[in-house]
Design a protein around this ligand. Structure first.
Ligand code: NAP
Length: 433
């Protein structure tokens, strides 16, 4: 029998568990450990609440979670409740699937003024992450600036633009639904430090911006290379750029505007005790395609800045870490000494949810090969239970989660699949009925 611990119950964690199940059949016991009392990580706390079809993948993870050889161990924080060396002594292999929940910092003067919020916080706020439920972003302002040209920037701009009616069917949490419904934002700038051909936005997600009830996207065709150059792009990117070009001819008859500022690099945030404006430098591309400043600057008066410029995996004591790339040091998923990394903790924050599947399968195969000549004598879950009980850790099982899930469904707004609990105590309370 093999005992394997997976730290993190998001897509990378459950794809790894699924792969191990397939490889080992009944000869494996997998504990999926999460610091939250609720599973699915990015699916619950990262994927936008109005993208329920993407969240549907959690059904697949649920199937894995409900099988006999996989167990969910929620409300257990590795590093506080149990250490990595302890897990390595109890399990044949330990997989780090902790994602990348920390913001890459916007390191410019004024970048820490109140009113500058990282996407981890802002997305966590509207998705009901317990750490960010109390964020209170300033939405009583006229203009917001979103920094970055990736899909997270799109999510944030779209959520800021939607009317309450457009959230029907979503699971946006009540505090965000209400605050956004009363917001006074009329203009949203999306700042890209490079040009339309360099965006990291995917076509489906970008296309949505052209169909909002109360907001219209706006681009300046002067920022675009000649249209014939689009033929050089790979098909997905070409489609995205086509959407952008189409935005130029959309009617501008909606109360809100989402303005794409290309070749626009933030250089400074200014304000008296809080954000009042962002100073942006115009850029051009150098021969390697990197943005270089032209020296020409302009200001955007604004009261909110959300930075969507990527994420980092927080380090865990004793695990080798690549600081510059914000991920665990690993070679193709192998960290060493029985430790493995998958998903964003392995690669950094890139790719879609599905990208984590091959990652999980590849690492599962490596584990099987590495353990082939090792006798299985580890204690596994019995040992973990003993240790957690001695430390009075209140472990949340998958059955407990199902009770929390049912309670969230029962308190949902009409048309919404769930009203999430946003405080850990409330999650734990719901488990107890
Ligand atoms: P991303 O795709 O890597 O985009 C980050 C953006 O930030 C890039 O445009 C980058 O510009 C810019 N940036 C980085 N540092 C900057 C700085 N110092 N100043 C100004 N701009 C800066 O990251 P993401 O949007 O966080 O998304 C993470 C991953 O999740 C991606 O793979 C994304 O596709 C995925 N995702 C998917 C969905 C979906 O499918 N619906 C939704 C959300 C996220 P440069 O290109 O110039 O570096």
């Amino acid at each position: 029998m093999r005992h394997i611990a997976v730290i993190g119950s998001g897509p990378a964690g459950y794809y790894s568990a699924e792969a191990l199940q397939k490889l080992y059949g009944d000869e494996v016991r997998i504990d999926v450990i999460d610091r939250m009392p609720v599973p699915y990580g990015l699916i619950r706390f990262g994927v936008a609440p109005d993208h329920q079809s993407i969240k549907a993948v959690q059904k697949r993870y649920e199937k894995v979670a409900l099988s006999d050889n996989v167990r969910f161990c929620g409300n257990v924080l590795v590093g506080r409740d149990v250490s990595i060396p302890e897990l390595l002594s109890l399990y044949d292999a330990v997989i780090l699937a902790t994602g990348a929940p920390a913001d890459a910092p916007l390191e410019i003067p004024g970048g820490d003024l109140p009113g500058v919020i990282g996407s981890a916080g802002f997305v966590g706020w509207y998705n009901g992450h317990p750490e960010f439920a109390g964020l209170a972003p300033p939405l009583h302002v006229e203009t917001a600036v979103v920094v970055g040209n990736g899909n997270v920037a799109l999510d944030v701009a779209r959520i800021l633009s939607k009317t309450p009616a457009e959230f029907v069917g979503s699971d946006i949490v009540a505090h965000a639904f209400e605050t956004l419904g009363n917001a006074s934002i009329r203009t949203i700038h999306i700042l890209g430090r490079r040009g339309p051909h360099q965006i990291a936005m995917t076509p489906k997600e970008l296309g949505e911006l052209g169909h909002l009830e109360a907001a219209a996207p706006q681009v300046d065709l002067e920022d675009f290379p000649p249209e014939m150059d689009d033929a050089l792009l790979e098909p997905g990117q070409r489609k995205s750029v086509t959407h952008l070009r189409e935005f130029a001819s959309l009617p501008r008859d909606k109360p809100k505007t989402v303005i794409f500022d290309f070749f626009a690099r933030p250089v400074r945030v200014e304000g008296d005790g809080r954000v009042e404006r962002i100073v942006v430098e115009k850029t051009r591309l150098d021969e390697r395609g990197a943005a270089v400043g032209t020296g020409e600057t302009y200001e955007i008066p604004c009261g909110l800045i959300v930075t969507c410029i990527g994420y980092k995996t927080p380090p865990i004591e004793g695990v080798p870490y690549e600081k510059d790339r914000g991920r665990f040091a690993n070679h193709e998923g192998v960290v060493g000494g029985g430790l493995y990394a998958v998903g964003w903790a392995r690669r950094g924050p890139s790719g879609t949810i599905g990208t984590n599947r091959p990652d999980g399968y590849e690492v599962a195969e490596k584990i099987q090969a590495d353990l082939a000549s090792v006798t299985g004598r580890k204690e596994g879950r019995a040992g973990l239970d003993k240790l957690l009980a001695a430390r009075n850790v209140d472990l949340v099982t998958f059955r407990d989660w199902q009770k929390i899930e049912a309670a969230e469904a029962a308190r949902a707004r009409e048309g919404s699949p769930r009203e999430k609990f946003v405080a850990i105590e409330d999650m734990l309370g719901a488990r107890n009925g």
